[in-house]
Design a protein around this ligand. Structure first.
Ligand code: SAH
Length: 435
């Protein structure tokens, strides 16, 4: 292959980038075929090397930016492009937010079949750094915490990660761990409580001996999901929506506490459940106003369900993970109108006899399983508040809901993951039929 870029080999091409793809790469066209270029920005002219040729598209490596976009900035992290954690540090933050809005819009149009989807501008962060309260690492042969290099299984020591909150950055940079069977290390913190936890995911049966001179817990998580506290407690606490929540080593929790407050606020607003509506004069006079029955599906430790409980007749929190349901039950202690159901959403919905007025859905990336979605629409909730971390599966599920007589009212993206291409959204989907 020629070393002279002006005499490009057939695999090295020059390209104008004109769009941002769903996976965070910029896209150009070469002889009519889409070429994905990670690290590129729409509007740029670039020189790339084709690294993989597929039938409908090609994947390329950016060699040189010939004409940069005005949004291009110098990535602050020296590991950017090597470490697979961030994709967008080379894009100015306000432009990242515009691309995320466009990605959501495009997916809803293309996959959701919704013309001019009602997508609002993304709610960004004032300071979009040091936001992660949770990070997962692998360990290299020296026991240092590492992230995986982009698209490979090669460990890259993290050193000072700019996405990690200060309470954890210090641990991640200094911790050295080695014992047989150690596969992953997760560090977690309650930003508002200051509590910290190290989770060791290991295959072996041996319990490592640990000496810690810091105020933090250390939990060994076995492959079957059970946790053993080696130091301190098997859970920590975080505060969200004015509520203190218990979180165990194996339970999901939103990784960006500051932006998760926006999620809670939006879920409350879109659920439209006003606290104590039945106690109002008007409510009593009419005698017809009753509080809604709310389903919090994929409920985790009870984040949304507990925030809605004061406005609800009853809340059913459905969650499959036993650690998370134990946390949700502990978090719901003393709240009379909350029931925590340990089951998959598909199972729980077919067993639940009660009518549901409002459903909150917050599924994993794959979205809501068709069986769960069918069981949900059979209950005719008047409103569905859909919290999504994947615009593709959101679009697919919205399309299905539209065929069942629902309408997409509004989509509010929230930037939970600055400097990555990931987009979180809260959508309100209403029944056109009424109840
Ligand atoms: N709403 C919560 C958790 C969202 S993460 C919060 O904001 O904190 C998604 C949750 O769904 C996880 O806790 C996961 O354990 C759970 N889950 C995944 N698949 C499920 C299924 N099929 N049925 C029920 N829960 C499921």
């Amino acid at each position: 292959m020629s070393k002279d870029p002006s005499r490009a080999s057939p695999r090295t091409i020059q390209l104008c980038l004109d769009d941002m793809a769903y996976n965070g790469a910029a896209v150009g066209r070469y002889h009519g075929k889409a070429v994905f270029v990670p690290g590129g920005i729409p509007g740029e002219e670039v020189q790339v090397e084709i690294v993989e040729e597929r039938r409908r598209y090609s994947l390329a490596r950016l060699i040189r930016v010939l004409v940069p976009a005005p949004e291009r900035i110098a990535p602050p992290c020296e590991r950017f492009g090597l470490c697979g954690g961030c994709q967008w540090q080379h894009i100015a933050y306000d432009a990242q937010l515009r691309y995320k809005e466009k990605i959501v819009r495009d997916q809803l149009e293309r996959i959701g079949g919704i013309p001019e989807p009602p997508v609002r501008p993304v709610i960004g962060m004032d300071d979009p750094w040091r936001y992660r309260n949770h990070m997962q690492f692998v360990v290299d042969e020296e026991g240092r915490l590492c992230l995986l290099a982009m698209g490979t299984n090669r460990p890259v020591p993290v050193g000072q990660c700019r996405l990690l909150c200060p309470e954890l950055a210090e641990i991640a940079a200094e911790l050295e761990l080695e014992f047989p069977g150690l596969e992953r290390v997760v560090v977690r913190a309650g930003r508002k409580t200051g509590e910290r936890m190290i989770v060791l995911e290991a295959t072996g049966h041996d319990l490592p001996e640990l000496e810690m001179d810091r105020a933090l817990s250390c939990v060994l998580l076995r492959p079957d999901g059970t946790g053993v506290a080696l130091v301190g407690s098997s859970h920590y606490h975080e505060e969200l929506g004015g509520r203190r929540l218990r979180v165990s080593a194996g339970s999901f929790f939103q990784v960006n506490t500051e932006q998760a407050e926006q999620l809670v606020r939006l879920v409350r607003e879109y659920a439209g459940a006003e606290p104590a509506a039945t106690d109002s004069e008007a409510g009593r006079a009419e005698g017809a106003v009753r509080r809604p029955v709310i389903l919090d599906a994929y409920g985790g430790v009870g984040t949304f369900g507990l925030a809605l409980a004061p406005a609800a007749e009853h809340v059913y929190i459905v969650e499959a993970n036993p650690d998370a349901t134990a946390d949700a039950r502990a978090n719901a202690a003393g709240v009379a109108n909350v029931t925590v159901i340990e089951a998959t959403v598909e199972e729980a919905l077919s067993d639940l006899d009660e009518a549901i007025d409002i459903a909150v859905l917050d599924p994993p990336r794959a979205g809501v399983a068709p069986r769960a979605l069918n069981a949900l629409v059979a209950k005719h909730p008047a409103r569905i508040v859909y919290v999504s971390c994947d615009p593709g599966s959101l679009a697919r599920d919205v399309r299905a809901l539209v065929t069942h007589g629902y309408r997409l009212e509004v989509v509010q993206p929230v930037d939970l993951f600055p400097h990555t291409h990931h987009v979180e959204t809260v959508s309100l989907i209403v029944s056109d039929a009424g109840r």
